[in-house]
Design a protein around this ligand. Sequence first.
Ligand code: HEM
Length: 508
Amino acid sequence: METVEQLLENLNSWAVGAVVVATGAALWWFQPGQKKYNLPPSPYWTLPLVGNIFQLMRMKKYSYETFRDLSKTKEYNKLFMIHLGPKPVLVLNHIDVVLEALVTKMNDFAGRPKSTQGMLMTEGSKDLLFGDYGPVWKFHRKVAYSAMRKFAFGEKLEGLVQNSVSKSIAEIQKKGDVPIDIRPVIMLLVFNISCGMAYGKEYAFDDPDFQHFVNITADFVDALGNGLPGDIHPWLHYLPSSRYNKLMTVKDQVFKFMRERHAECKENFDPNDPRSITDCMLQAQKEAEEEDKEMKGVLTDTHIMMGTRDLFGAGNDSITTMLIQFIAHMIQHPDIQERVHREIDAALGGAQLPTLSHRSKMVFTEACLCETLRLGTHLPLSFPVQTTCDTSVAGFDIPKDTMVLVNMWAIHRDPDFWSDPHSFNPDRFLDDAGNLDHKPPSYLPFSMGRRVCLGRSVALSSLMLAIPQLMRQFRFSSPSGEEFKLEFEESSFARIPKSYEFLVAART
Ligand code: HEM
C-alpha cells in the first residue's frame, strides 16, 4: 500500500489537486465570522487546506537557507508568513523582529505548537521542551532548574566533566596513532556527563547500553527531524506512514532506556540524600504533594521522566555536535589551534585538570567556542514557538496559535552584523583590549525569552571544562593533510556534522 509520503509526492496530479483545492476553498470561504488580520506578506501562493506544502517540498536547499534567501528581498526582508497545511507559520529572519517577539512580547510568544510527533514523543507534552506555556509547565521548569543547580553546577559539574573526559581520553589513547572517527568517543564523553547529571550513573565505552544508545541516536534525530505527515494536517495521521513506524520503533527503544533509569532512581531514592536530577525532582514532587494535596498529579512520574529525558537529550546532541565542530575548526585552522594550545597551557599552568576558575583566563578559547556556536547553529530554525494570544510584530497582526520559526541560521550569518559571515573568525568576539564581548547584537545560540534554553550555563560550563582538558592532551589534524571540509547530514531539524576520521596525536 502507498504510504502517505508517497501519496504526498504524487499529489501533483491535477485531478487530486483540483479536489483538494475545491474542498478547501469551500471550507475556507464559508468559515463564519472569521476575523480579518493585517498579516505579514507571504512569498508563496497559498492553497486552502494544504497551504504551501508543495512549495516547501520542492525546496532545493535546506528550508533555513531558502528562508534566508527570501530575506534578501525587500518585501520579505525581516519576516513573512507561510502555511503548513492550514496552520499559519511566521518566519522571523532578522534580530530586530526576534527581539520584539521573544523579548519585548515574551509571554505572547511562549507557547509550543501541539504536533502529532511531539505528543507521541512526550506522552502528551508532559515534558519541558514540547510542554505548552501554562502553570504546569512553569512549575516543571522551575523544579528542573533548581535540580540542575544542585547537580550541574560548581564542583559537582567539574567532577562530572573531568571524570567523563578522562574516560574518553583513555579510549582515544587506546587507539594509537591511526586516524579515528572521534564521534563515538565524544558521544561517550557527553553521555557520561548527561547520565551523571540525570541519573547519577556512568558508563564504560563497551557497555552494551551505551553502544545501543550510539546505534539508535542517529535514527532518533532522523525520525524526529523530518516530522510526521500528521503534523501537516491531522487527517494525514490516519494514513499509513513509514516515518510514523520508524519513529515509533526508535521511541520505544529510547523510552525503554529512560524508564529503566527512572525505575533505578526510584528504587534507590533517599529523600535525605538526592544523588541526581531525577532524585531532586522526585523530592520536589514529594514536598509539593505534602504541602498541598491538590498538587498530586501535577508533577507526575511521567513529567519527571520526560523532563529528565529533555535535559539528557537536549544536552547530549547539542554538546556532542559542538565539540565535534570545535575540533573540526581546529583542524581547519592549525594557527588557531596553536593559539588555543598556548592559551590553555598558560592558563592551567601546573594544574592537572581544568576547573571553572580557569575559564576567565581562556578568553580566546571561549571566543572559538562562541564562533563554533554561531557557525554551527545546532537548531537552525530553533524550536518552534507558538503565540498564546492575538499579538503583533513589526506592525503586522499575528493571530493566536500561530507557529513561529526563528531563523537562527540567517541571524547568525546576517552580513549587516557579521563581516565575512561564513568564515571562522573567533577574534570577532574579542574587543580591542582582548576581552570577550559577550553581546554581539545578532547572536542567540540558546534562543531568548520565556523558552530560552534551560541548560545554557551548564552547556557553556561543560564545554569550557571539556575543551581545555581535551586540547591539553591532543593535537588534531586531517589524516591526508588536505584541506578539511565540514559537511552536514540532511536533516531539517538539527545540523549534525557528518562522520570523519581525524588524526589525534598526543601532545608532548
Ligand atoms: C551547546 C549546547 C546547547 C545549545 C546550542 C542549545 C540550544 C537550545 C535552543 C536553541 C533551544 C530552543 C529554545 C526555544 O525554544 O526558543 C533550547 C531549548 C532547551 N534546551 Fe538547550 N541547548 C544546548 C544545551 C542544552 C543542555 C546542556 C541542556 C540541559 C542540561 C539543555 C536543555 C534545554 C531545554 C530543557 C530546552 C527547552 C526549553 C523550553 O522549552 O522551555 N540545552 N536549547
